[in-house]
Design a protein. Structure first.
Lengths: 458, 395
């Protein structure tokens, strides 16, 4: 397939058939829609494709209608279209294909020729010549073999990255032969590649299982990469005077707790929150050993990702298999949360400022970022309160004909406080667990909740 | 008895604006009726010379403890109304939520007499119409499919496809059934004189039921409820209540030793914590969860959160020796989590896992469990659960 087609594209319009204008709250209810298939009859076939459009889905049939020839015909047609689309020969221009060599001893693929846009977010540079002996080609093709003194930088791929590129057809992979290791030269061309070419099946067999890459983790990796995301791996309370038989004291005489807000505050003596030390035995396992350890850092497609200095990840994902692992217990969740940074509560959206000369800046809608008040020029009608004093001054001044030409907008920015419901729903820390059930991943977002920070009363 | 329309849950959709004036007045009424979040009220009396004295008024409600149903029964209608209106405590035993059986019966009788329709009848009529619309629509779909099939057989395409009715434009085919209610008053006019007296004869057989957690919250924190022993009709002291609420969850037997994993205490810890934050906590059995959290109350808006209580033993030896079977002590499956999450997201509630840690029985002895002091050894943690859809997270 042409690499240009599948460049990560944050164009939201391509998601149109999945429902427009749905808010984040509809995530869960409309989750089914995105798992549907394409309309294969509309996919253009052949190598002359420049940029296919993702077509709309057709009507859904709910059950086989016995004896309906129409339904059978439509079904056959769509099935045939699907197989035809899948049967086309996928090509890639030889100017955009990359080449790599798989080294089983270190479980990495060394990319000899890197082409295409993938490598802005895939692969890492390793300098050779320090502690890990890697077969280094000395310039000039010496026969001495391992040369530990020279420092070269070469592009290497982790197993899942390499497998992803091979599966997509963007990279040819060779497996290195020990016999020819000494003779390989850096930057060698195709003819000098020594080693046996690997098929996709062989790549799967070799790379799954190395470097902690299970099949489930690879499936999640490939799924998210195809969506355009960037992934990288990782890495007492109560005062002594508290009366347990009468916990709340309401005393009109002393003025204690004489309103609802203080009553609610006084009721909060049950130990709560994730800061309370967890005394569960056995002690929570360290996050590295548990099966819920974070495995991938995920970045949204739009982030300016630099491999040498990656930014703070948007999400951290752990991958488990549905059949073998159950839901994490509190101890495991606590260990997971401890390794995560805190996230600030979500701020309300900022509304667009109204244009400069519109009269009467009344705040629109409930959530307003800036509250802009203007004065209408000479209309005499809507004069806002902030400018009232100046009109009175001008009234008393001896310049009756002076027009109020100065239209200084009085911008009042009310403090933007996050909405309590939105803050509670987001939580303080977010851990995402991908549960792979026979190949299809479901993602659950566990948030460390803090209801105590956003009380409804008091 | 306050004269207001019983509230049969006309749920206002979150995205639909209130129906103009009607919605506004009802909300204003509700704000007045349900102004107090707790049964206690404050009053200010002016004593002398502008000095005011604040007093706290205690409604002093009464209820009977029923161990068989594990609930406290409040039979006095005034107390029932007080407890419901100030904090939404309890549930009428033959009503959906607020004890409204009596006013509904009165309404039904009045409607029969005067020929008007009750709200239940309106709802029933609306449901009947909806059922007929669905049948019409199904028939239209079948006809359209048959037409398309026939056209395919011939080899042509359907030129004038039959229109499938949509909910907005459908009108009922026949109007005959609507004449029903108007025919009734003629029959009853003859019996009017005898019927009038019937309104006064209705005996209220409903009572308000409080769960042990609600009852203990009211007794312990505010002292506004007194629980009477059903046999002796004497008030039970606080310690006896605390012990009775625990023992009713235990299997009867010779060795009644209190354990820290008693369901009453575990549920009470969560109930008290969320009540203290100002949430109204009601039963969540309708949605496969333990509790529902309302921001103000069921009459104002739907619940925002659905709470599942997951007890966690601090000492694994306790979980082995426990005869109870808490869900979260065994390994929870992803399919269960998916199911409950799906059910609750259909009704626009967020699922919260509320982990309550149970102290080890070595630390908290049965003697300590005899007083509410043991609550200091429990703790509450929340974890929110949502589905994460990567395709939507791209921007």
């Amino acid at each position: 397939m042409d690499d240009i087609l599948e460049l990560p594209n944050a164009d939201v319009s391509r998601l149109q058939e999945r429902g427009q204008g749905e808010g984040p709250d509809d995530d869960d209810s409309s989750a089914d829609e995105e798992e549907g298939g394409l309309d294969w009859t509309k996919l253009p076939l052949g190598p002359s494709v420049s940029r296919p459009v993702i077509p709309k889905r057709g009507d859904k049939e709910y059950e086989p209608a016995s004896g309906s020839n129409l339904q059978k015909y439509v079904l056959e047609k769509t099935r045939a279209a699907m197989f035809d689309a899948l049967r086309t020969e996928r090509t890639i221009s030889n100017k955009t294909i990359s080449y790599g060599i798989w080294y089983p001893s270190i479980a990495r693929v060394h990319v000899t020729v890197a082409r295409g846009g993938h490598f802005t977010s895939i692969g890492h540079f390793t300098s050779i010549g320090h502690s890990v002996p890697r077969p280094t080609p000395a310039p000039g093709g010496s026969q001495s073999g391992l040369s530990l003194e020279k420092v070269f930088k070469r592009l290497e791929l982790l197993p899942e990255e390499a497998l992803y590129l091979v599966e997509r057809g963007a990279m040819f992979c060779w497996k290195e032969h020990d016999l020819f290791a000494e003779n390989t030269q850096q930057g060698s061309s195709l003819e000098d590649m020594e080693g046996s070419p690997m098929s996709v099946q062989q790549a799967y067999a070799e790379m799954i299982g190395r470097e902690d890459l299970t099949l489930e983790r690879y499936q999640v990796y490939a799924y998210l990469k195809r969506l355009g995301l960037i992934l990288s791996r990782i890495t007492t309370l109560f005062t002594p005077a508290f009366n347990w038989w009468k916990p709340i004291r309401i005393s009109p005489l002393l003025g204690i707790n004489m309103n609802y807000a203080s009553i609610f505050r006084a009721l909060r003596f049950i130990p709560h929150g994730h800061g309370v030390p967890l005394k569960v035995k056995p002690p929570p396992p360290s996050v590295e050993e548990s099966p819920y350890a974070h495995f991938f850092n995920v970045y949204k497609p739009n982030t300016p990702y630099k491999k040498t200095n990656p930014p703070v990840p948007d999400f951290a994902i752990s991958v488990v298999s549905a059949g073998t692992t159950c839901m994490p217990s509190l101890a495991e969740l606590t260990a997971l949360f401890d390794a995560l940074p805190e996230i600030p509560p979500p701020m309300p959206r900022v509304r667009q400022k109204p244009p400069a000369n519109s009269g009467g800046g009344k705040p629109q809608g409930k959530i307003v970022g800036k509250n802009v008040q203007f004065k209408t020029p000479g209309a005499g009608g809507k004069v806002t309160t902030a400018s009232a004093p100046s009109t009175s001054i001008s009234w008393f001044s001896l310049w009756p004909f002076r027009k109020q030409t100065t239209q200084q907008p009085v911008i009042k920015t009310p403090e933007r406080r996050p909405h309590p419901m939105a803050a509670i729903k987001q939580g303080k820390k977010i851990a995402i667990i991908a549960v792979v059930d026979a190949g299809s991943p479901s993602f659950f977002r566990f948030g460390q909740g803090d209801f105590s920070e956003w009380p409804m009363a008091g | 008895m306050i004269e207001h329309q019983p509230l049969p849950y006309r749920p206002m959709s979150r995205h639909r604006r209130s129906e103009g004036k009607k919605g506004g007045t009802r909300r204003a009424e509700n704000n007045k009726i349900y102004a107090h979040p707790l049964p206690l009220t404050f009053s200010q009396t002016y004593v002398t010379l502008g000095l005011s004295r604040h007093t706290v008024l205690n409604p002093c409600c009464e209820g009977y403890w029923d161990p068989l149903t594990r609930s406290v029964w409040v039979t006095n209608p005034k107390d029932s109304a007080t407890l419901w209106q100030r904090g939404f405590f309890g549930k009428g035993n033959i009503s959906r939520s607020e004890p409204s059986w009596l006013s509904r019966q009165v309404n039904i009788r009045k409607a029969e007499l005067s020929g008007k329709v009750t709200s239940e009848e309106i709802t029933a009529k609306r449901r009947e119409q909806r059922k007929r619309f669905k049948m019409d629509r199904a028939n239209a779909i079948v006809t359209a499919a048959a037409e398309a099939e026939e056209a395919f057989r011939i080899g042509k395409t359907v030129t004038n496809p039959i229109m499938i009715p949509s909910g907005a434009t459908w009108k009922p085919a026949d109007e005959a059934p609507e004449k029903g209610p108007s025919a009734i008053p003629q029959n009853h006019n003859k019996q009017d004189e005898g019927r009038d007296g019937e309104l006064d004869d209705i005996v209220d057989v409903e009572h308000l039921q409080l769960t042990p957690q609600e009852a203990f919250f009211l007794i312990w924190c505010f002292d506004c409820l007194s629980v009477l022993n059903p046999q002796t009709a004497e008030g039970m002291p606080l310690q006896e209540i605390w012990l009775a609420f625990q023992t009713c969850y235990m299997d009867p037997g010779p060795s009644l030793q209190l354990r820290p994993d008693n369901p009453f205490i575990v549920n009470y810890v969560a109930y008290h914590h969320y009540r203290s934050l100002g949430w109204t906590v009601k039963s969540g059995v309708k949605f496969c969860v333990d509790y529902l959290l309302y921001k103000r109350g069921p009459v104002f808006d739907h619940a925002e959160f659905a709470l599942v209580i997951c007890p966690v033993y601090e000492d694994p030896a306790d979980s082995d020796s426990s005869t109870l079977c808490f869900r979260s002590t065994q390994n929870i499956s992803w399919s269960w989590l998916s199911t409950v999450n799906r059910v609750n997201s259909q009704v626009m509630k967020m699922l919260i896992l509320c982990y309550v840690t149970i102290p080890s029985s070595v630390l908290v002895s049965p003697e300590m469990l005899g007083s509410p002091k043991c609550l200091a050894y429990y703790s509450v943690r929340e974890v929110t659960v949502r589905r994460f859809i990567p395709a939507r997270m791209r921007d």
